[in-house]
Design a protein around this ligand. Sequence first.
Ligand SMILES: CC(C)(COP(=O)(O)OP(=O)(O)OC[C@H]1O[C@@H](n2cnc3c(N)ncnc32)[C@H](O)[C@@H]1OP(=O)(O)O)[C@@H](O)C(=O)NCCC(=O)NCCS
Length: 284
Amino acid sequence: MEKVEVRSLVKGDIGEALRLKSQAGWNQTEGDWRRLLKLDPQGCFAASVDGQIVGTTTTTMYGRGLAWVGMVLVDQGFRRRGIATKLMRAALRHLDEMGVTTVKLDATPAGAPVYEALGFETELLIERWSGVACGGTDVPDEVVEAAEPSLFFELDRRAFGADRTPLLKALFEDASDRPLACMTPGVGRLIGYVFTRPGTDAFYVGPLVATDPAAASKLLEAALCRLTGRRVFIDLNTTFVGGGEVLASRGFVRQRELIRMRYGEVSGAGTSGSIFSIAGPEYG
Ligand SMILES: CC(C)(COP(=O)(O)OP(=O)(O)OC[C@H]1O[C@@H](n2cnc3c(N)ncnc32)[C@H](O)[C@@H]1OP(=O)(O)O)[C@@H](O)C(=O)NCCC(=O)NCCS
């Protein structure tokens, strides 16, 4: 059998990485790959056979307590030969060397058996919804565009249970549209926020973080209003019942499930009910 080599993924590999993600029908852009590489240049891996890239994976660390694995992709012509497993072992070794105690990911049904065999355990389900956004109501007064991301850092840390500051900064820097913030009337205290970004097939809405479901629903309505006429994907935490209602009432459909899985120490990080929609399966 041909020899599979696993090495660091570098910027020059992005074209091939995009080929693999298109083959899988995923939504990430070149900008998404660049951001993942920038967030952890040592933690992204490529598998090659005779110099041809046939697999990828990325890792993103949120401090030492939590890291996320994403973009596990294997060329259709090279599946069931242990390549995803090899890439995962490289990713887990890297994170172990970095002293990371808990690793999580959002698995497709195809990926789940690979991770189970490596010792990952299921935590909860995330639902992918898709549809064309239509502005049903006016944007509520409490929802405003945020001029800079530092406003979100503390709320996000409390909600997510780990520090996603570098990710939030990077999403903000790359954003064509500013994120939306939900403030309490009068005092103007931040109670939620949402980012939107373009993908190759649809706009992506997330992360959506809020202190309560009412604020989350307002932010979701406002984000959909802004994206009127665009195709949209959103990965909802299944505990956000109101979110499904807002989306279903606007003709969105549940497209598929993602399985949130954990490896290493038990940790609530990334799974709280204040995370109404995730930042992306590759980020948590
Ligand atoms: C999921 C994916 C990455 C697996 O890659 P792979 O290189 O074929 O996986 P491996 O060969 O390392 O599989 C290891 C084991 O996982 C299980 N497994 C892998 N793919 C499976 C499938 N489609 N159905 C059932 N079990 C599967 C098997 O137990 C397999 O061992 P075996 O072949 O000896 O039976 C690949 O199918 C892919 O790129 N799919 C599209 C994108 C995707 O869904 N990625 C996962 C994101 S979370």
